[in-house]
Design a protein around this ligand. Structure first.
Ligand code: SAH
Length: 213
């Protein structure tokens, strides 16, 4: 999603250092201190406007959530929504998923979500896909040994690439769904903004869950 720069975005981010981090490398290894209580930490890379991560934080008070987004204005929209909810178990980061090992200590994260990541369909852009092996290496480093990755997308090309990439990396699959919304897995599903849009058009939603060890 590309959004137009909004004038209020930077001032809002600057006004809420308790809720959103812009220099995540300074919090490396200390994320638990930013939450009300220490609990497992789940991270979404590319949260967009935050619908999923806010929904998850509401549904799972026993987990601490972090939403990461590269576009400042988009992160500011997520911030605005999250402030209205006052969730003690949610923190946001404005930052880059390719920098993730600078933001988190090894094993600091328990679970990761990649939702409707940009598919980068051109072959020469494959390195930018969030499931390219260089990204997987970063995820492996920051995740606990038992930690898992969950991915949802509407894009068959990106899904196929991700299945191959995770498999070639030696990851183990816990589940693969080619029509999430018509499966048992949907029972506790928290929908993302993109997911709602694509599902409304009748497109099937693909999902996979996998772990490294
Ligand atoms: N997860 C949301 C948004 C999907 S769009 C949903 O499902 O509705 C993909 C989002 O990922 C965009 O907002 C984009 O800015 C963000 N993004 C892309 N590359 C990123 C990166 N390297 N680090 C962090 N966010 C990224």
């Amino acid at each position: 999603m590309r959004v137009k720069h909004k004038k209020w975005a930077d001032p809002l981010i600057d006004a809420h250092p308790e809720a959103i981090v812009t220099k995540a490398e300074e919090v490396k290894g200390k994320w638990q201190d930013r939450f009300e209580k220490p609990q497992p930490i789940h991270l979404e890379v590319g949260m967009g406007k935050g619908q999923f991560i806010i929904g998850m934080a509401k549904a799972h008070p026993e987990i601490n959530f972090i939403g990461l987004e590269i576009q400042r204005t988009v992160a500011a929209i997520a911030l605005k929504k999250s402030l209205a909810e006052e969730l003690p178990n949610l923190q946001l980061i404005c930052g880059d998923g390719s920098d993730i090992t600078n933001y988190f200590e090894p094993h600091e994260i328990d679970r990761m979500y990649l939702n409707f990541s940009d598919p980068w369909p051109k072959k020469r852009h494959a390195k930018r896909r969030l499931t390219y092996h260089t990204f997987l290496k970063g995820y492996q480093e920051i995740l606990k040994d038992q930690g898992g990755v969950e991915l949802k997308t509407d894009n068959m090309g990106f899904f196929e690439f991700s299945l191959q990439s995770l498999n070639n990396y030696g990851m183990h699959f816990d589940g693969v769904w080619l029509d999430l919304h018509h499966s048992d897995e949907n029972e506790h599903n928290v929908e993302t903004e993109y997911e709602q849009k694509f599902a409304a058009k009748g497109q099937p939603i693909y999902k996979l869950t996998a772990h490294f060890e």
